[in-house]
Design a protein around this ligand. Structure first.
Ligand SMILES: *Cc1c(COP(=O)(O)O)cnc(C)c1O
Length: 365
């Protein structure tokens, strides 16, 4: 167990516990699923908020050899902790990132004809990947350009594409994208095929190719929305109860008085707010239920607006004696990142990648 700051609770901080054994177990589940294809790991955005320096070595220890990041600077961080990793940089090739790519042996994912010419001139023959856009209209070359780039003599070792809606298993777009990808693959027969993010590992078409790129599922996100989550939770978030007070029915709570007590209500003010990455949109108002915290085993709704460093929860249903020494669990004990995302009108991906910098972080394995 490694801790990143002083003893838990010493600074009234919320505690973020990151389970590296669960991360490794999730990777193994996916790796077995796609075998004999290779399972990589997407560790962009500081490994979806949990920390590249902890996540990448844990994944490497589980057997992962190939990592995907968004920026060259993130790739450099992976290189520093997993020296033998194969690292692809998804966001394409920026001239300014060339020195970092070359110095740290990172492979750009070329996404345009300009990227391809730049790497042909400056890439010193190093390996790279090519991204073909099969319907996202975001990054990647149009299918017709694959043959053009194939003629440029680059060391393209992976040909990849990205799904538009792989979590929607019956969406015909998935099939169309797979067909478009297959039609260009012949132009680069030596390159390995890489199509799948987390949810695509659960598509009926099994578009695993030679190398898959899960991110969200590794960190405990549900790759099969609407069905049971096959992954283990990786993050647990707990905030201290700072104050308990009782108010009368009709009293209002928090900024702009958006929540009204419908009964005599016991409130707990907890030490976490939007500055910690708890979305303000998870506020509970008279019109709309918001987020929930579990206190002494009881689900307690947010009462009023989430403020910068504080959130108020309705703990009326928690026996008074159980409140002593209790904490408010925001993630864990049955509350998932997908749940909180839904309550905050966003997705679990955003919950993870906004996990705050001032948590007391505890890594367990
Ligand atoms: C972020 C990303 C992934 C990982 O997606 P998840 O849904 O988190 O598994 C894979 N491929 C590309 C190109 C990405 O940008």
């Amino acid at each position: 167990m490694t801790e990143t700051s002083g003893p838990a609770g010493a600074d009234s901080q919320a505690i973020l516990t990151i389970d590296l054994a669960a991360l490794a177990a999730n990777w193994r589940v996916l790796a077995e699923r796609v075998a004999p294809g290779e399972c990589g790991a997407v560790v962009k955005a500081d490994a979806y908020g949990i920390g590249i320096e902890a996540a990448a070595p844990a994944l490497a220890k589980a057997g992962c050899r190939t990592f995907f990041v968004a920026h060259a600077s993130e790739g450099r961080r992976v290189r520093a902790v997993v020296p033998h990793a194969v690292v692809y940089v998804l966001n394409g090739l920026l001239a300014a990132s060339l020195p970092t790519l070359i110095a740290h042996d990172l492979r750009p994912v070329l996404g345009s004809l300009e990227d391809a010419s730049l790497w042909a001139h400056a890439g010193e023959g190093h390996a790279c990947a090519l991204h073909v856009d099969t319907g996202m209209n975001r990054l990647g070359v149009v299918p017709a350009d694959v043959a053009v780039i194939a003629g440029m003599g680059l060391a393209i070792d992976v040909l990849m594409t990205h799904f538009v809606s792989s979590e929607a298993t019956t969406d015909p777009t998935n099939h169309a994208q797979i067909a478009r990808f297959s039609s260009v693959r012949t132009a680069l027969p030596q390159a390995r095929a890489s199509l799948a993010n987390s949810s695509a590992l659960y598509l009926p078409q099994k578009p695993y190719g030679d190398l898959v790129r899960p991110g969200y599922a590794l960190y405990g996100g549900n790759p099969t929305p609407g069905s049971d989550n096959p992954m283990q939770a990786v993050v647990r978030l707990e905030a201290p109860l700072l104050q308990i007070r009782t108010i009368e029915a009709g009293e209002k709570v928090g900024y702009n008085a958006q929540w009204t007590a419908k009964r005599r209500t016991r409130l707990a003010t907890i030490g976490i707010g939007y500055a910690d990455g708890l979305p303000r949109a998870a506020m509970g108002t008279d019109d709309r239920a918001g987020g929930e915290a579990r206190v002494a085993g009881v689900l307690c709704p947010f009462a009023g607006r989430v403020s910068m460093d504080l959130t108020i929860v309705d703990v009326t249903d928690v026996p008074e004696t159980a409140l002593k020494g209790a904490t408010a669990v925001l993630l864990g004990d049955g509350i998932t990142i997908d749940d909180l995302g839904l309550r905050a009108a966003t997705i679990g991906y955003e919950i993870l990648t906004r996990l705050g910098a001032r948590y007391h972080r505890v890594y367990v394995d």
